[in-house]
Design a protein. Structure first.
Length: 351
């Protein structure tokens, strides 16, 4: 009887300990959850940050949306300039109408377009985008530095050039401007204060990362799945995915992050899904044997990154993502919340 009578007391104590641990974890999280967005350039970190603003901060105001017009205009014009220059390098000849159109599209600075996207200019882009030589050049985009969003902006060029155009959120998440310095987004969710820190991914920006390493709750490391056949913008001899693997190994095993949750975003799944049908992953990983098939390739890349973790007590939480898809990021961020709470519980729960 004595043994039977003691069991409920032990269970009550255990439940009490669990409740206390959860309360302590909540208190810890109430102070602040710091999420650090890391990854190489063009991996989708800033796109993820924009989605968080859309999901948890009521999106972009009219003034903020309008401020993206010059960025979007520059993305469209600079992308077509890139294709025109590459067509010349590839010795591909444009048709006569396209040759005339290049005059207006290439006028001004080669590096940055800062003017208005007029209907006339938009029509010239449409002419060029329909040109066989430009399309062939686009099919060889792995050999040049072209924005992922270029086709998206070309296809809706009439809308972009319409009087009174104001960027939609889907335009904003696809826009690209180089992140320099440190950008912070703060928001409250379920009585927890979050601070998300986004830093530039290019090599020249990484020296600033160390300033953000303190008191990090979780690292969100972004990798572009579609980069396996691309070279770095800063170094046209280095494969982008090899660079990301090296960078992830350094971050995952960094002394600052021994007890920090490591969340891996295998991003740009939509682009990857189309590319893997045409370009075998063996171009990046000679040991890969899964052919031009989506799931085996995803699994192989995921395993390559997870194997960089040298700490047997540390878990890496991988997610296949599409940062331009708001519903996908909403779902993924719920998983991030669960990981953060679990990590807080692990550090406080002693039974």
């Amino acid at each position: 009887m004595g043994l039977c009578g003691s069991a409920p007391v032990k269970q009550t104590d255990t439940s009490k300990n669990i409740d206390q641990a959860i309360s302590k974890a909540r208190i810890k999280l109430d102070n602040e959850v710091k999420l650090l967005l890391l990854g190489a350039g063009e991996s989708g970190k800033s796109t993820f940050a924009k989605q968080i603003k859309i999901i948890h901060l009521k999106g972009f105001s009219l003034e903020e949306r309008s401020s993206y017009k010059p960025i979007i205009f520059n993305n469209a014009i600079s992308s077509m300039r890139c294709l025109i220059a590459a067509a010349r390098d590839f010795n591909l000849e444009l048709n006569d109408a396209s040759k005339r159109a290049t005059t207006s599209v290439t006028a001004g600075s080669e590096d940055c377009f800062a003017g208005e996207l007029t209907p006339e200019l938009a029509n010239d882009i449409k002419i060029l985008w329909s040109d066989t030589a430009i399309r062939e050049t686009f099919s060889r985009s792995a050999e040049i530095q072209l924005l992922d969003s270029a086709p998206y902006f070309f296809e809706k060029i009439d809308e972009l050039s319409a009087p009174g155009y104001v960027p939609e959120e889907k335009d904003i998440v696809r826009s690209r401007s180089k992140t320099t310095g440190i950008v912070e987004i703060e928001f409250d969710l379920e009585n927890v204060h979050f601070k998300m820190v986004d830093v530039g991914g290019q090599r020249s920006e990484r020296k600033k990362w160390m300033h953000c390493f303190q008191d990090v709750t979780a690292v969100l490391f972004c990798v572009a799945l579609s980069e396996y056949d691309l070279k770095l913008y800063e170094d046209d001899t280095t494969n982008r995915m090899h660079e990301s693997l090296k960078l992830f190994k350094e971050i995952c095993n960094n002394k600052w992050f021994i007890d920090t949750a490591m969340i891996l975003f295998l991003n740009k799944r939509d682009i990857f899904e189309n590319k893997i049908k045409r370009v075998d992953l063996r171009i990046c990983f000679p040991s890969y044997t899964g052919g031009c098939n989506y799931q085996p390739a995803i699994d192989f890349i995921r395993d390559q990154f997870i194997s960089q973790n040298e700490n047997p007590r540390k878990s890496v939480f991988p997610h296949v993502t599409c940062a331009t898809d708001t519903s996908n990021i909403t779902h993924v961020f719920r998983s991030v919340q669960e990981v953060v709470l679990k990590k807080a519980l692990e550090s406080d729960l002693t039974i």
